[in-house]
Design a protein around this ligand. Structure first.
Ligand code: FES
Length: 102
């Protein structure tokens, strides 16, 4: 397996018990995973991987995700349009400034 060029970590609010409890899950972040995977295929971004994570500890800014290796933290990601903007930025090598958690 070739290592991915980028890794998108989507907060799905998992706690130590394994139960998803938190703002990101409540706002539908779990639904982002399938959408992102489909978009990555449609866009030919086969070197980008997406994974779910536990709480990223930025709940007040959620739904949240992180893009590595750039280590860009995004928040307020609530729609497919928001995801599209972030994927556009990964493709362009830019940053989706409207969603950056700073
Ligand atoms: S539940 Fe997503 S950052 Fe805490």
């Amino acid at each position: 397996m070739e290592a991915p060029t980028h890794h998108i970590l989507v907060c799905c609010s998992f706690r130590a018990s394994g139960e998803p409890q938190g703002i990101c899950h409540k706002k539908g972040s779990g639904n982002f995973l399938a959408y992102i995977e489909n978009e990555l295929v449609d866009r030919g971004m086969e070197n980008v991987q997406v994974s779910s994570t536990g709480c990223l500890k930025v709940c007040d800014r959620g739904p949240a995700l992180v893009v590595y290796p750039e280590n860009i933290w995004y928040g307020g990601v609530e729609s497919e349009a928001d995801i599209d903007a972030i994927l556009d930025a990964i493709e362009d090598g830019s940053v989706a400034e409207d969603y950056v958690i700073s």
